[in-house]
Design a protein. Sequence first.
Length: 696
Amino acid sequence: MGLLQLGTPLKWEEAKGTAAQVREWGIEQLLTIWRKNKDQERAVLLWGDEVEYLVIAVDESHQKVRLSLSQAEVLQALAENEELAKHGSMVPDLQGGEKAKNDCTLPTFHPEFGRFMLESTPGKPWSIDFKDLLEVERDMKQRRVIAKQHMAKDQYPVTLTTFPRLGTKDDFITPYYPPSGPALRSQFVPDEIANPHIRFPTLAANIRSRRGRKVELNVPVFKDEKTPWPFHDPTVDYDMHNWPEDDDVRNGAAKENHVYMDAMAFGMGSCCLQITFQAKNINEGRRLYDQLSPLGPILLALTAATPIYKGFLVDTDVRWNQISRAVDDRTREELGEAPLKNDRWRIPKSRYASNSTYIAEDPRLRPEYLDPDLVVDEDLKQKLVSGGMDDRLATHFAHLFIRDPLVVFSEDLQTLDVNGSNHFENLQSTNWQHMRFKPPPPDNPSIGWRVEFRSMEIQMTDFENAAFSIFIVLLSRVILSFDLNLYIPIPRTTENMETAHRRNALLDDKFWFRKDPFPQKTTPSASPFLRPQGTQPQPPDLDQNLGVNGTTDVTAASTSAAPTSDLPPVEEEYSLHTVSEIINGPGPGTSTSTNQFPGLIALVQHYLSSLNLSVTTRCQIERYLDLIARRADGSLWTNAKWIRQYVSQHPEYKHDSAVNEQVTYDLIKTLVEEIEPREDWSSKQGLGWEMFEVGG
Ligand code: ADP
Ligand code: MG
Ligand code: MG
Ligand code: MG
Ligand code: MG
Ligand code: MG
C-alpha cells in the first residue's frame, strides 16, 4: 500500500487546508523525477508479482473459522527468522532438492490494510530469463509454506479475495473486538480490523470525513429459490446511536435487495494479484500502459472469485466495485448529488476505478479514444508542461492530481525536498486505477519506469496465480513484439469493467474489443497472421528469452500510420466479443470476415514458437495457457463459480442466499486441506486442477 512513514497525521479539517501545497510540492517532485529519468534506458526486463493472503484461524473444536488479526505477529516472526531463513534450513524445497540452498532468494512479506492480511512478493524481481518464468509457481508455493511456518498452528494463509463472513454479527475475528470505533464508525466491523499503523486509520477516517458520511457499499444479493423477497439485509441495525454516522442507514444508505456494508475494510480487506513490469524506457512503459489497459476487464472476468459478502451470496462475481466504493471520498457535490458550491468539479469516478487516460505517444492513439469526461487540474498541468513534460503525460498526472491528499503528516509540510517523492506518492499511491504508471523511485536509481497491472482477483491456488501472472507477462511480450494495437475508447473499457461484475459474465456476457489489433498493414508482412497461406510467419527478431532482443522497437514503423482521413469511424474498429473469442479466437462457424483476430492464446503460442524453447519448457508453459484457454471456454470454472457450487451443494445451505458459519467452515477447511503446501504438492493435485472441471 505505498508509503508507510511515521509522523503526526492531520485530521481531515486540517489536512484539507494543506491540499494545494501538497499537490504543488508533489508536482515539483514529479518534475524532478521525470527530468532525471526521461531519457533513462534499462537493458533488462524485470517484473514481479504481488500475492495477497487472508490469515484465517481454524477452530476445529467449535467448527468455526475466523479472520486472525495476527499480521503484526506473523511479520515479526518472519523478520526474526530471517537469518535462519538465509541459511535455507527452514525453506523446504518443493522440487525435491534441485535448488541449491545458498541459491535461495527468499520472498518478501509486507503488511496490508487489513490486520488479517499479508502480501508477498518474490525476493527480487523476476529477470528476463525464461527459466525464471518456470520458477514462479514454485516460488509462490514456497511463499505459502514460509508464511504458514510463521503462523500459529491454527492459522493459515488463504488466497480468497474476501472472507465470506466479514462483518456478520458473530465473532468473525480473533481476537474479538466489538464493532463501532471512532475511525471507521462501522456498525459491522471494529477499528481493530485495520492495520494499526497510523496511516491506515487516518486514511479511513479522512475518507469518511471528506465524504461527509460513511462509505456505502450495496451489492445486489443473489436471489435464490428461498431468498426472502424483497430482501432486507437482516444484519443492518437501524437503532444505533454511537456516532452521527449511525444516521446513514436511517437516511436510506442500505438499499433493498442488496447486502449493505459501510467501511473501508470491506473493500481494502480484499486480496488481489498484481503484476509490475519494468519497461526498457519511458516510451515502452507508456505503450505497455495503454495496450494492457483494455485487457484489465477481460482478466478481471477470467479471475472472478468473489461471490459472497457478509454471509450472503451476491449477484456479482468480482471485488472491484466494492473496493472502489470502500474508498470513495467524493462529496455530494463531486458526485453530482448537490449543486457545485464548495468543490471544484464533478468527478465521474472514485479514486479506485478503471483508468481514465491513455499516455503513449503513439500515432495510432486517436483523439476519439480518450475519455470525454476526463477531469484535469489545468493549473497543475500547465506547471508540468512549462517544466517540459508533453501534453499527454502531463494530462495523466494532472488528472490524478484532481484528488486531495488524504493522509498528511505535519512534519512533511515544513520544507520541500524536491529530490524526494513523498508528496508525489501521496497522490499517486491513493489513485488506485486498474493500471498504474510508476516512475523510478528517487531513492533507488536502479529501478526504471514501471507499469502495474492491477485488476486481477487473487486465485485460490498458486498454480492459478502463477498461470495468470505468466500469461500477462507473455502478453506483454506479444504486445511489444507484434506491436499490437488494442486501443478502444476508454469509456468502453469502463463499461467492460462493469460488465465483468455480472454473475458468470465470463461466459454469459460480451466485452468491447478491437476487431483488428495488428499494426497498420502498410507492408504485407506487418502481421504474421494475415499473410497468404503457405508462407511461414516471420515474427520480429526474437531471442530465446523475454528480454531486450525479444522486443523489437517498432515505434518508428508505427509512426507511419495512415493519415486520419483514411481511417474508418472509430465505432467500426471495435465490437462485442465473448471472453472466449478474445482468448481462444473465433469458434467454428464464426464469421472471420470482420474479425481476423486469432485470439490472445494463439498470439502467445506464435510468440513461443519463435523462441526455440526446449520441449520441457514449452510443456510447462502450455499447462498455464491451457488453464486460461479452458477457463475462457467454460470447461474449467472460475473460483467464483466453484465457490457458488460448493455453497449450493452443501447440506446446510437452505437456498436462501445465506452462507452460514458451518458452510463457511467447511469451505475454508476444504481450501486449507487441499492447498496447504506439502512437499509432495504438485499442480496436478488437489484444487490446482481437477476441481475446476465442469461438474467436478
Ligand atoms: P506496490 O505495493 O507499490 O505495488 P510492491 O513493492 O509491493 O509495490 O511490489 C512491486 C512488485 O514489483 C514486486 O513484485 C517486485 O518484485 C516488482 N519489482 C520490484 N522492482 C522492480 C523493477 N525494477 N522492475 C519490475 N518489477 C519490479
Ligand atoms: Mg497489496
Ligand atoms: Mg505491494
Ligand atoms: Mg508497496
Ligand atoms: Mg456464532
Ligand atoms: Mg501493487
